[in-house]
Design a protein around this ligand. Structure first.
Ligand SMILES: Nc1nc2c(ncn2[C@@H]2O[C@H](COP(=O)(O)OP(=O)(O)O)[C@@H](O)[C@H]2O)c(=O)[nH]1
Ligand SMILES: [Mg+2]
Length: 399
């Protein structure tokens, strides 16, 4: 009797020990660590406690169709990435494509249009097609869009380049850079390959995207009726655009109907439009509604600038040309500042200063490098003229 009681006690003790072990194990051997980001999209720490999984939850997930868009309910906007590049740019470009794909496009599979003033070679096509998860398209630029128009005095243009070389103005002596700026200003959106699209995102070689973009940027643009989006803004070198503003003012005087009554003119001028403060959206990154560039206002404006010859007699960039047009022809609410994507093109960084944004979007950048609120950045002015509230803690990252 005593023996069987002792056996019962041993059995009871063993059972209690087993239950205790089970309980400890079920709590998980490793500790988990989670940060509350407030953004709501950070992944929860792995939950190892639920070993009693309902049978119905054990089913194997079907593999996701790699070409099926996720995160936008399958509703794809007619949109594309677009890159102007030379064949030799391919290895600098693959890094940019990888950044865009890893941070955004692997979920959405938007197409990519590549444009070049020469034929793309097989190596360029093979490599870029392997990198892009959407369809790729390759276009050659017609000669008349990448050359001196017949009304340009090429001797005068050559004298300008010589002078700019002596004054060490960046790209001041380059012919191809001028063709590039003119093409990006006035023609990329008219290429036949672009005709099927309503929205675009411009990408250059050597850029970085620092944060996860888990929403469909194009759908976001469409839903919000945005027409132009930027990440970095700064003043243009005045030496490259001595008469751009005078020419613009003449155009506006002749065509006042094109200036929107709620335009963001106060972003580009500090004195009511008398002079240009140089603020421009850095156009190596652009997300936009192509109908802005296809509008009568812009087509006429570009033509006016082109006739004036400043792409060759000066060195007008596509960034100030696009920016002035967006600031004048659009209502201000159609211009969008991306404070959440994180972006780099030498030498400036956009790194969200708001920690909540950085953590929830897994941004891989140092906010101390952020240019957004530095003294030289025009984004300060963008916040001011639009009466926007700067993110918490921005002062820490200004100068
Ligand atoms: N096809 C072609 N693309 C060019 C040429 N020059 C510049 N680009 C492209 O135009 C864009 C701007 O040129 P980039 O050298 O990056 O100028 P930066 O960013 O102002 O220093 C990039 O996408 C280049 O790949 C050219 O002569 N031919
Ligand atoms: Mg560049």
């Amino acid at each position: 009797m005593a023996r069987s009681n002792a056996r019962l006690v041993r059995f009871g003790f063993l059972a209690a020990l087993l239950i205790l072990c089970g309980f400890i194990l079920s709590k998980g051997a490793t500790s988990s660590y989670s940060i509350s980001t407030g953004g709501g999209s950070a992944k929860p720490a792995a939950d190892t406690s639920n070993n009693d999984v309902d049978e119905s939850e054990k089913k194997i997930e079907k593999p996701i169709d790699p070409k099926k868009p996720v995160g936008n309910n399958g509703e794809k906007v007619k949109a594309t990435f677009v890159t102007l590049a030379r064949n030799r740019d391919v290895y600098e470009l693959v890094g940019s494509i990888r950044e865009i794909e890893d941070r955004f496009n692997h979920n959405f599979h938007y197409d990519w249009v590549f444009l070049n003033d020469e034929e793309f070679d097989d190596e360029f096509k093979r490599i870029t097609t392997a990198m892009v998860t959407g369809k790729t398209h390759y276009g050659t630029i017609p000669k008349e869009q990448w050359g001196f128009p017949e009304w340009i005095d090429t001797d005068k243009a050559a004298a300008v380049r010589k002078d700019m070389r002596e004054r060490k103005i960046i790209y001041g002596d380059s012919i191809s850079y001028r063709h590039m700026c003119r093409y990006e200003s006035g023609f990329f959106f008219r290429h036949p390959l672009m005709e099927q699209f309503d929205y675009y995102w411009r990408v250059e070689p050597g850029i970085k995207i620092y944060c996860d973009i888990d929403y469909d940027v194009f759908k976001y643009f469409k839903d919000n009726n945005f027409a132009y989006g930027f990440t970095i803004s700064l003043p243009e070198y005045k030496e490259t655009i001595p008469t751009l503003w005078e020419t613009t003012k003449k155009f506006i005087d002749e065509n006042p109907q094109y200036v929107d009554k709620n335009s963001m003119k106060d972003f580009i001028s500090d004195d009511g439009g008398s002079s240009y403060n140089g603020c421009h959206f850095w156009s190596n990154f652009e997300v936009g509604d192509l109908s802005l560039w296809r509008s009568e206002a812009y087509l006429k404006y570009f033509d006016y600038l082109d006739q004036a010859g400043g792409f060759f007699y000066e060195r007008w960039g596509d960034a100030p040309v696009h920016s002035i047009a967006a600031a004048l022809f659009l209502p201000r609410e159609r211009i969008h500042f991306f404070d959440d994507v994180g972006y780099y093109h030498v030498p400036f960084h956009n790194c969200p200063v708001d920690q909540k944004v950085r953590l929830s979007h897994r941004c891989s950048c140092n906010p101390k490098d952020d240019f957004t609120f530095k003294g030289y950045s025009c984004v300060n002015r963008y916040y001011k003229v639009n009466q926007l509230k700067k993110p918490d803690g921005w002062q820490q990252y200004g100068d």
